[in-house]
Design a protein around this ligand. Structure first.
Ligand SMILES: [Zn+2]
Ligand SMILES: [Zn+2]
Length: 157
């Protein structure tokens, strides 16, 4: 039996590790450590070695069918200890959830975005939207971009 003290320490170091490495979704090296893998080779979502991550298994049970190809199961707030699961249709949507979670944690408002130049969180309406790919966008302050540009010009002059 583990004492409560040991248990508390374990969950603390687990949290610290998770914060360091960020969000872990899958990958055999983490099976059994974060998400218990289950050996169910007949499951359509099992990997080639017959293992399926517990969170993917739970998600497929929740939608009562195998997960469609390409979907990513996201854990709300890193999802340790059975946090809520969100089935994302693709990586773009999944990344958006992460941005929103980071914004919420930093500012209490999931809609805020971080300027890569001044590192401040702000309302996207005060910022310029930079389209990276079809579904993904980042935001930055126009003035911050301008200052950055000026600095570069001076350095190269
Ligand atoms: Zn995620
Ligand atoms: Zn800025």
């Amino acid at each position: 039996m583990l004492s409560n003290e040991t248990r508390r320490k374990m969950s603390e170091s687990r949290k610290a590790f998770q914060e360091r490495v960020g969000h872990i979704h899958r990958g055999p090296s983490y099976n059994g450590k974060w998400y218990k893998g289950r050996w169910i080779p007949e499951h359509p979502n099992a990997s080639i070695n017959g293992n399926i991550d517990e969170h993917r298994l739970m998600a497929s049970k929740a939608i009562t069918k195998p997960l469609p190809k390409g979907v990513i199961v996201h854990h709300v707030n890193g999802g340790l200890n059975g946090g809520k699961l969100v089935v994302c249709q693709d990586q773009a949507y999944h990344l958006l959830l992460h941005v929103r979670e980071r914004a919420y944690r930093a500012t209490g408002d999931p809609h805020k975005r971080k300027c890569p130049f001044c590192k401040q969180w702000d309302n996207p309406s005060n910022m310029r939207e930079i389209i990276k790919s079809q579904r993904q966008a980042t935001y930055e302050h126009k003035s911050c971009r301008h200052q950055y540009y000026l600095k570069r010009v001076h350095r190269n002059a």
